[in-house]
Design a protein around this ligand. Structure first.
Ligand SMILES: [Zn+2]
Length: 302
């Protein structure tokens, strides 16, 4: 197993110490202010002197040395991107400045910066993404907010507002931090694009079974496959084995669904409750459903 690369996380935690005294008022993080002062924090003589939007189509962010003065850096970002996305991009470029600018003179960052996957090998794009994610959504600030109540897409949306990031970036971060068994799946045009899971989900061996040579389509019977439902922020309870073949018969999970208007994208968030053997109901005359009868006869496979 490859070791996780925590370079971006460490750099973000270090720079965050400078703004922690501002308390709650530091959110959403003012990345531009931080970028303009970053050289002082690191005692460097090559500051970021310009930060501006640019009319790009294929780039999200660009960090380069001033062609006329190599002691200055210019940070630019796609001006048509939504504000949350712009903030993430600026933080990503600041990450390059902090971690990589002493070995490279320019960084052109494409539209996949958010979904670049951390493979464990040195990957400066993944490091810059990790930096941005940790800087904008610090775990010690997010965690208490997702432990108070059940995770729903409405809660994630509210948090995205607090941290000034996109809904997608917030979903990814919540799944990284949560103590729940959570799995996040993205579908683009009806095909799976990527999935990620929380640490407890990994321990439970929850994984999305992908066919080797064809794209995965949503499993029949799931909310993800139901074209008549575009939003389900609280989630619906569905049999766990629709999603996970290793789930015991009768085990259920909560499936949430979000369809993005901007892109042809569907996001599924699955929360698998902690597995506990179930018992027959106390009320003698309560009507038993198939599952309860199954338990009474001792036929469950656990
Ligand atoms: Zn980059």
């Amino acid at each position: 197993m490859t070791k996780r690369d925590n370079t971006g996380a460490k750099a973000a935690i270090e720079i965050s110490r400078w703004i922690e005294p501002w308390g709650e008022a530091r959110f959403p993080i003012d990345v531009e202010l931080l970028a303009r002062g970053a050289h002082k924090m690191y005692h460097r003589d090559d500051p970021i002197t310009q930060i501006h939007g640019a009319p790009w189509k294929d780039l999200d962010g660009f960090l380069q040395r001033n062609p006329d003065n190599p002691k200055e850096w210019w940070l630019s970002y796609k001006e048509t991107a939504l504000p949350g996305r712009q903030r993430f991009t600026k933080a990503h470029e600041l990450g390059h400045y902090v971690m990589h600018s002493q070995r490279q003179d320019e960084f052109r960052c494409g539209p996949n910066v958010i979904i670049e996957k951390d493979t464990g090998e040195e990957n400066i794009e993944a490091q810059a993404n990790q930096f941005a994610s940790y800087l904008l959504m610090p775990a010690n600030h997010v965690r208490p907010r997702i432990e108070k109540a059940p995770i729903t897409l409405d809660l994630i949306s509210e948090l995205a507002g607090i941290y000034g990031v996109s809904f997608e970036a917030m979903c990814i971060r919540v799944v990284e931090i949560t103590g729940e068994r959570a799995v996040l799946v993205y579908w683009d045009n009806g095909m799976m694009r990527r999935w990620s899971r929380s640490e407890p989900a990994k321990l439970q061996r929850l994984w999305i079974d992908e066919p080797a040579d064809e794209p995965l389509e949503p499993y029949p019977g799931t909310l993800a496959a139901d074209a008549s439902i575009s939003q389900c922020p609280e989630g619906a309870v569905v049999p766990a084995n629709l999603w996970f073949r290793n789930a015991p018969e009768g085990e259920m999970l909560r499936e949430m669904k979000h369809t993005s208007d901007l892109y042809e994208r569907v996001l599924s968030l699955l929360i698998v409750p902690k597995f506990e053997p179930r018992w027959a109901r106390d009320e003698e005359d309560a009507p038993l459903d198939t599952y309860d009868r199954f338990i009474e006869r001792g036929q469950l496979p656990y």
